[in-house]
Design a binder for this molecule. Structure first.
Ligand SMILES: [Zn+2]
Ligand SMILES: [Zn+2]
Length: 405
């Protein structure tokens, strides 16, 4: 049963608890059950009154774990903060709920502490509602993507991300779609920055539940940093995985293999220069690659694999829509690094700006003087199409075919 809804139902029930039937108590073996009200703890024993009015005394350690949690909530805590630490340290849902139930039933607890507990229930319920709405919007976005309605899909994914900031799924989907399908690398980077900074703040890399998604986020962000020749900041992102001593996913290792071979390529021949790279940077990447690949014992992808953008760990539909060529939760990007798929690279003529160059022509102007009108030669600047790129602003990219490698 979903937790917050259960808790809410519980909260409503407890508001009129005194008039309701007694709760069911079970012993440690699970064999004995009794419907009874809690009366008090006396001399280390729990005193219960059954529906028939009989008094039963039982020691705490003979009660089931759930009932023991109820008693703890009922007897041991006067402040909600203390109960909350108990709830946080307990993994068992039923016991957590029993403790809360016990706490709310304790009439000696100050009203403001009861109110704090009820607020907490409301808070959990809101979280749950937001998370449900997040899932709805996400599903809606996937449907829109299938229909090629990109605008609404992105809108829904952005709303989903706001509703459930703990989840990186919506931002990952939007960012990967922007990068791999729309080739809008700037927008994609802005998208990935949101979960990256949230994740960094909340220690997502050491959080079991969010670790895989966080690694996808930093991997994708690193790839977009590379597109802008920011090798150092890409390195710093990937290095978080090494710092955290986590086994790197195959996709990350594959991307690092690619960086490493492109660095080598650029260093051996002056062109094509994929990255502006010093020997020191090359060594650092080599080391990072070796460290992260070490655990994997051989490599699952060849050097010819494109850049692998990663999706959320539980995502299995988007790859199919984006048309990824990678594994089940990665989308391969084979857009040329040099021209970003435009097939044009910057015009080699340094004077060329957007396909035009500054030129000067000479003209004549007329000036009135005391001695009459005289003719003066003047320089008139104008912009003419660049001859090198024939006015296109760029020249054909030699490093790819049709914008892809
Ligand atoms: Zn190219
Ligand atoms: Zn030009």
């Amino acid at each position: 049963m979903n937790r917050a809804r259960y808790l809410l139902a519980l909260g409503v029930l407890l508001l009129c608890a005194s008039t309701l039937a007694a709760r069911e108590w079970t012993d440690l073996t699970g064999k004995f059950k009794v419907q009874a009200d809690f009366v008090a703890e006396e001399q280390g024993k729990i005193k219960l009154r059954t529906e028939q009015g009989k008094t039963v005394r039982v020691s705490r350690d003979r009660l089931s774990k759930k009932d023991r949690a109820y008693v703890e909530g009922r007897v041991d805590f006067q402040a909600f903060d203390d109960l909350k630490s108990f709830m946080k340290s307990n993994e068992n849902q039923a016991e957590v709920e029993a403790a809360l139930e016990g706490f709310l039933a304790n009439t000696s607890v100050p009203t403001e502490e009861h109110d704090a507990a009820k607020k907490y229930i409301e808070y959990l319920d809101k979280l749950e509602a937001n998370s449900a709405r997040h899932d709805e919007l996400y599903a809606q976005a996937i449907t829109s993507l299938r229909r090629q309605d990109h605008e609404n899909a992105i809108l829904d994914l952005r709303r989903a991300s706001k509703l459930n900031p703990d989840s990186m799924k919506a931002d990952l989907a939007a960012g990967v779609f922007m990068a791999v399908a729309m080739h809008d690398f700037k927008k994609a980077e802005a998208r990935f920055r949101i979960p990256a900074s949230r994740g960094k703040k909340t220690g997502a890399i050491s959080d079991q539940q969010r670790q895989a998604d966080y690694i996808s986020v930093i991997n994708n962000l690193a790839l977009l940093r590379l597109r802008q020749d920011k090798l150092n900041s890409a390195y710093a992102l990937w290095d978080e995985i090494r710092q955290a001593k986590i086994e790197a996913p195959a996709e990350v290792v594959s991307n690092l293999l690619r960086v490493r071979s492109l660095i080598g390529y650029g260093m051996e021949s002056p062109s094509p220069k994929y990255f502006h790279v010093s020997e020191e940077i090359a060594e650092r990447y080599e080391e990072l690659y070796v460290d992260l690949a070490a655990d994997r014992g051989g490599h699952p992808y060849g050097e010819g694999t494109g850049w692998l953008f990663m999706l959320a760990a539980d995502e299995d539909e988007l790859e199919e829509i984006v048309g990824g060529e990678g594994t089940w939760h990665a989308c391969e990007d084979r857009i040329c690094m040099v021209c970003s798929g435009t097939q044009l690279v910057e015009c080699p003529n340094s004077k060329c700006k957007k396909g035009t160059v500054r030129k000067i022509r000479y003209g004549k102007s007329y000036k009135k003087t005391a001695g009459g009108v005289v003719t003066v030669n003047t320089k008139i600047p104008y912009r003419a199409p660049c001859e090198t790129c024939r006015g296109r602003g760029g020249v054909h990219c030699e490093y790819c075919t049709g914008g892809r490698f």
